[in-house]
Design a protein around this ligand. Structure first.
Ligand code: F6P
Length: 318
């Protein structure tokens, strides 16, 4: 029977992680469990940096960006000896189950731990929206709003100067943030891994925009093209002079949106229900309006179709 749980955040931080920790902590305490916060994700688990959390420990954290437990990326967690040492630290505190909040890498770590006998439930905390099993990850909505606000500002200056703004957004290998942004700002071009791109088509679309507007917007998912080089191509081959902007880590910061706070809270509650129901080695997903739990392996499938469906909307509306 589970009596003590650990909670950690791992990988890139995401707005809403604090709301998730709060919901996990309070739901667990209400169910008679002891809760331990593990600092800096799997790194703190390996180094034994663990502290007891109380109801009050999670007060007034809801509206803060980032994660108050800290986070880290620990590539060495793929090594069995590192996990064995980390599990020994959990045993010292009598922690018999974990809630792991993060993205793909966090899920892989939890899967490996669960295969070694540690019951784990994962929550999707990442701005990338790249966990296939869930329609939305915690942090995506806030990041999307941050990006849209930034692009709206870039449009103002672009429009004043008759320019093309080329904006690179995060997402790792997933084009969701790029495609959702492109729809939300009415971009001329969207470049994402799932859709591919053709330089000739891009230059043609931008030139077409120049016939009726004072600016054009190109949204580019990271790891796709060198945006400075693309800016050069646009400047040389279209009526617009182009400027390139990499939005970078500003996309991960800021107070979580109401939507992310509610999603994180609902998912946090569900994670404890899942642990207590014995649905361990599971993760919590939002699917068609419902919060559900499913095996971790099932949630890590291919996300391409979801991005392509949104891209189809973008193409119709351009
Ligand atoms: O996974 C979240 C994310 O922000 C990705 O979008 C991005 O590729 C990566 O993390 C950046 O990682 P880091 O903060 O380690 O530079």
């Amino acid at each position: 029977m589970i009596k003590k749980i650990g909670v950690l955040t791992s990988g890139g931080d995401a707005p809403g992680m604090n709301a998730a920790i709060r919901a996990v902590t309070r739901t667990a305490i209400q169910n008679g469990l002891e809760v331990y916060g593990i600092h800096d994700g799997y790194l703190g688990m390996y180094e034994g940096r663990i502290e007891r959390l109380y109801r009050k420990s999670v007060s007034e954290k809801m509206g803060h960006g980032g994660t108050f437990l800290g986070t880290a990326r620990l590539n060495e967690f793929t090594e069995r000896e590192v996990r064995v040492a980390a599990i020994a630290n959990l045993e010292q505190y009598g922690i018999d189950a974990l809630v792991c909040i993060g993205g793909d890498g966090t899920y892989q770590g939890a899967l490996a731990l669960s295969q070694m006998g540690v019951p784990c439930v994962c929550l999707p905390g990442t701005i990338d929206n790249d966990i296939a099993g869930t329609d939305f990850t915690i942090g995506f909505d806030t990041a999307l709003n941050t990006v849209v606000e930034a692009v709206d500002k870039l449009r103002d200056t672009s429009n004043s100067h008759r320019r093309c703004s080329i904006i690179e957004v995060m997402g790792r290998n997933c084009g969701d943030l790029a495609v959702w942004t492109a729809i939300a700002v009415g971009a001329e071009v969207c470049i994402a891994k799932e859709t591919g791109f053709d330089l000739g088509d891009i230059l043609e679309n931008v030139s077409k925009a120049a016939q009726s507007k004072r600016h054009a917007i190109i949204i580019v998912a990271e790891n796709m093209v060198k945006i400075e080089e693309l800016a050069m191509q646009v400047t040389l081959n279209t009526p617009f002079e182009a400027r390139a902007t990499v939005l970078g880590h500003v996309q991960r910061g800021g107070s979580p949106s109401a939507r992310d706070r509610v999603l994180a809270s609902e998912m946090g509650v569900k994670s404890i229900e899942a642990l207590l129901n014995g649905d361990t080695h599971h993760c919590i997903c939002y699917r068609q309006g419902k919060i559900v739990s499913m095996p971790i392996e099932e949630a890590l499938g291919d996300d391409t179709q979801q991005v392509l469906d949104k891209f189809a909307v973008f193409k119709v509306l351009w």
